[in-house]
Design a binder for this molecule. Sequence first.
Ligand code: 13P
Length: 253
Amino acid sequence: MRKQIAAANWKMNLNLEEATGLLKNILQAPLQLLPGREVIFAVPFPFIPMAAEKSVGKNNIFIAAQNCSNKKSGAYTGETAAFMLQSVGVQYIIIGHSERREYFHETNAMLAEIIDQCFLHQLQPLFCCGEPLSVREEGKEMDYVARQLAESLFHLTPEQMQQVVIAYEPIWAIGTGKTATTAQAQEMHAFIRQQLEKKYGHHIAQSVSILYGGSVKAANAKELFSQPDVDGGLVGGASLQAAEFITIIQSLD
Ligand code: 13P
């Protein structure tokens, strides 16, 4: 059975005191994570050591970075390398979030290089894909997402692909309060799985977790997660409120 995952993406929010308090409040709750369920906290870089320390000894709680460099090491001022993140207790890296693609011009080819850096350091990619509104209005969202997968992921070996978590985040649903309908989410998730099956076969396609992201909140999580191809969520705004995120975790299928 594939993993069901609630992933918090804190983005560029909170100071250390606020971040520590939020994590403490969430981890104090009786989360009752059954086997096969995971919670991931994608925290800003400066809070990684704090978050890693707080999650020590907690079952099925993992820390993610929100990005990592496509370069190995060296004279790249301001960048953070995969080996550094591995050394401070990170297990997952969010790769290709639409905000990175849009504001920092990350291309599909560059994301493929970041993914390769992750695999050199035993870090699992949490790979984001998803179309802008204009593409959906043209009815071309499947082609758009298929291309993102093909150009960033499909050079991986089957063994590597099994380690990847995919998040489908339609850009028009991020931070807008406008969630994809459960039917829209299920349709795209099934399509993504079909693309995986064509490239890697049934077994691998069935084993990759595909999360939905875009205005997930306590009130809609259960319905979204109940869809057969939706294996949890990547949550922005609602992950900054302990009670909201705890309910989202408890909504995992
Ligand atoms: P919101 O949940 O705030 O819409 O953000 C989604 C997202 O971008 C998670 O990565």
